[in-house]
Design a protein around this ligand. Sequence first.
Ligand code: HC3
Length: 411
Amino acid sequence: MNSQTNNGGSSSWGAFLKSIASFNGDLSSLTAPPFILSSTSLTEFSSYWCEHPSIFAAPAKESDPAKRALLVLKWFLTTLKQQYASRSEQYGNEKKPLNPFLGELFLGKWEDDAGTTELISEQVSHHPPATAYSITNLPTGVHLEGYNAQKASFSKTINIKQIGHAVLTVPAPSAKEPDTYLITLPSLHIEGLIFGSPFIELEGASYITSSTGYTAKIDYAGKGWLSGKKNSFTASLYPTGKAQDVLFNVSGQWTKTFEIRPGASKGKDNLIETWDPAQVPTTKLTVAPIEQQHPLESRRAWAKVAAAIAKGDLDAVGQEKSKIENAQREMRAKERAEGRMWQRRYFSVRTDAPDHVLTKLGPVVGLADDGDADKTGGLWRFDREKTEKVRNQPPLSEEEARNLARDLLGQ
Ligand code: HC3
């Protein structure tokens, strides 16, 4: 059992395991013992897409469309370690993140050799929970947006199907129009539950398909009974519809190293590149100091809960969480009574027309053109007009900020 269980003791972990066995699929309802509680909200997870901004922006400098598609695949693969293993590497186990409230924001930027890259993450739906994000590298205009929700079930362990998708837009050097890449999200399950040190394993396959006519398929595999290494994958990049004509292969472990090689016709043993995350430092995201943040920004809104988690004071955790949950419930009731809806700050539901990306590229990767809107509260797209308006607004006065925190967070 993990050493961090000292606090909660093995019996509380045992009780947690028992509660998982009767799990109803609502991840937020899991009552986890203190050592497994994280003070990080799921809105922060959007930042995992870009911890290497120069790898994110690199496709914009490549004039060959097949090589651009390979650079996009490489970037996607480099994000997996951050997305799915960084917490268990940092804390020794995968913790239970804070369940974001509607309208919660996480804003930041990366500043490095790739210039400024901006992050906007917003909880756009609470029932069902869905987080939307937009990431833009300003010098190149490379832009990622997407939204995700999770559908969980229990069979031997916690299994999670990710709902939603991401769209990467790459303004390419010699191309008339930017490339569009539609990215699907892998399924995952939790391993190590029984030993009190949960970690994530990815499974099944995910895809990236592009408007330039290339598709990448990534197959995930874990450590089997007899063979295999944990966090393994093999990926191939091919012209869309011609899965046999592999242009590039990538294989390895998404937590460790992986190798990029040409497809069979170009000498599959020729190594093009080895990616070793240990050799490439990540760029730290900068967020505004808490007192300068908007009251709905994650770290400001959850500060008291985070402090209580840090102290291991479960009563205070419960009380502070309840304040937010109750205020949110009251706000929803008020909105219903007044016949209005919570206005999302940076994203809008796409209702006016068919979504061109999903109509064109969705069928290649098995995504419906409604973007699974019924399971994510809508087909969410980044709204540049709204964002412009927000940017032109004066900052909230202290009184406005206090009132917002009182009305929306019970603080
Ligand atoms: C399942 C998960 C919440 C969802 C997390 C997602 C899918 C969110 C979107 C990110 O881009 C990628 C990502 C990574 C990790 C996923 C989390 C792992 C565990 C957490 C459950 C709600 C917690 C389960 C409880 C426990 C104790 C096993 O950690």
